[in-house]
Write a protein that binds this ligand. Structure first.
Ligand code: GLU
Length: 513
């Protein structure tokens, strides 16, 4: 019988979620939605030393903002609760003991100093990667080298110990990755990983395998950095007797820096000129602030569409996909094998497309909000008209205010460059007439404004192209913008006349020249 697809996103709350992590969550989510399966979130917090306050809330908020819905999670619960590994602590020991009893794991009593000593010894002997493994374990203090009664006595007296996996010396470990195909690793390159720590907590490896098994996970989709651990995980499934229900693996290619040189890392912060986190993050210890996509004005739909394409493609030229469309189209097989360069211009492009697709009435909301922040008001009709005029010219919601401020505030400064080139006495003569005749214009709108301007220009024997830039300068203070007649229609005849008068007096030095 086909098993129900169950995927999980398993972050460790060691800091803010990196965009690479969001992409991992997204691909898991898309597979779950495509197959009618379940998306699970599990918090992997067995490493208490790396715990960062606020990180778990951050993960939750980020996924909510993106629209990645969870079917089972620490917050929602579910049939395999708890979903936080620290709360599952009592479950893991029995599996570690099963491995010891079956001869696949062993107790190790080595102190930190003894481990250090071993590493030094191996280094001196020019061993390339000094590690606790099939060869070196026989020189250490563990239940494979110590007499049975001594081991028993140590355990009973409460001496600290760890449980290590007994990795075979010579064995080829094969693993089928959905993206890379067969991956082969020789066991001699795998060390005897600690499974249970001396504090009674499992390590990532044991907890991850036990939980994936108990939570009936069918597919493990995760970052490429976990590929080296995968052979070890295969051994664990085998030794625990769970190989027949082992999940399928898909290791995602890395997200690379824009120049293709190396992985885009959390430490890049804002150094590359764009955020690497979905939401703004303030480090609770250093108080350092990192910017987020949300606060920078990215729409969650655009952010998701952009992330989906960083490593996956639909095989067609279509680029704009809603979450639902992505879920319909998504297949793990269409994820690329090689790393993907990060391209912030593309993220911006997606944002522009999503903004433009919104109705003017919704875009007007951004403007109204910004006006409120500046203690100003406007009518919904006016805001909607401005939003419609500006939508092709903005990349982010906050641009509506930045770029359209002149609809509400008369210019105080004028571009020197345009003024010196385009402001002159003949234009001013036209503007004098224009400002005087505007207030008596019947049916004031963009068309009638243009007719009036053209008729005045005729009288002065001039063409519209000769005055347009100067007129825009006078009315908006800017060099460029949407259709000027529509701007005047929105600003109104009285205000336009007033602005012309201001400009004529403030720019007089250019007209007399
Ligand atoms: N806790 C691991 C992480 O932080 C999960 C890796 C996995 O998905 O197996 O990425």
């Amino acid at each position: 019988m086909e098993r129900e697809v169950r995927v999980r996103f398993a972050p460790s709350p060691t800091g803010p979620l990196h965009i690479g992590g969001v992409r991992t969550a997204l691909y898991n989510y898309l597979l779950a939605r495509k197959t009618g399966g379940k998306m699970i979130l599990r918090i992997e917090d067995t490493d208490q030393n790396r715990f960062v306050p606020g990180a778990e809330d951050y993960i939750r908020e980020s996924l909510e903002w993106c629209g990645i819905e969870l079917d089972e999670s620490p917050w929602k619960g579910g049939p395999y609760a708890p979903y936080r590994q620290s709360e599952r602590k009592p479950m893991y020991m029995q599996y570690a003991l099963q491995l010891v009893n079956d001869g696949h794991a062993y107790y190790a009593f080595d102190t930190a100093e003894e481990l250090e000593e071993m590493r030094e010894r191996l280094k001196a002997a020019k061993v390339a990667t000094p590690q606790y493994n099939a060869i070196t374990r026989m020189t250490m203090k563990n239940s494979l080298t110590l007499p049975e009664d001594e081991v028993k006595q140590k355990l009973e007296s409460g001496e600290p110990y760890v449980i290590r996996l007994k990795v075979p010396r010579k064995e080829e470990i094969r693993l089928k990755d959905m993206i890379r195909g067969w991956v082969m690793v020789h066991s001699s390159s795998v060390d005897d990983k600690v499974l249970m720590k001396s504090d009674g907590m499992p390590t990532y490896h044991l907890a991850n395998i036990v939980d994936d098994h108990l939570m009936k996970i069918t597919h493990v989709i995760r970052g490429e950095e976990w590929l080296p651990s995968a052979p070890l995980h295969v051994l664990l499934y085998r030794y625990l007797g769970w190989e027949d229900t082992m999940p399928e693996f898909a290791h995602l290619p890395l997200l690379l820096k824009p120049d293709g040189n190396g992985k885009l890392s959390k430490r890049d912060g804002d150094k590359l000129g764009f955020p690497v986190f979905p939401l703004r993050w303030e480090d609770p210890f250093s108080k350092e602030i990192s910017s987020g996509y949300r606060e920078s004005g990215y729409l969650p739909e655009a952010f998701i569409n952009f992330l989906a394409f960083l490593g996956w493609n639909p095989g067609t030229s279509q680029e704009i996909f809603s979450m639902e469309e992505l879920a319909n189209e998504f297949t793990v097989e269409r994820i690329g094998k090689s790393g993907t360069r990060f391209d912030i211009q593309k993220a911006r492009w997606f944002n522009e497309q999503y903004l433009r697709a919104k109705p003017d009435s919704e875009l007007a909301g951004y403007l109204i909000k910004a006006l409120e922040e500046h203690n100003m008001t406007t009518t919904p009709e006016k805001a909607e008209k401005i939003a419609g005029l500006m939508k092709e010219r903005v990349s982010f919601p906050q641009d509506f205010w930045q770029e359209a401020k002149y609809f509400f505030v008369a210019p105080e400064e004028y571009s020197e460059k345009v003024a010196s080139k385009k402001w002159n006495a003949p234009s001013v003569a036209v503007f004098e007439d224009f400002k005087n005749e505007l207030p008596s214009l019947q049916n004031f709108n963009a068309d009638t404004v243009k007719e009036l301007l053209v008729s005045i220009l005729d009288r002065h024997n001039m063409k519209i192209g000769q005055v347009m830039q100067a007129l825009r300068l006078a009315v908006t203070g800017a060099e460029a913008g949407p259709d000027l007649m529509h701007i005047i229609e929105v600003i109104g005849s009285g205000e336009t006349a007033q602005r012309l008068e201001n400009a004529i007096s403030k720019l007089s030095k250019y007209a007399s020249a």
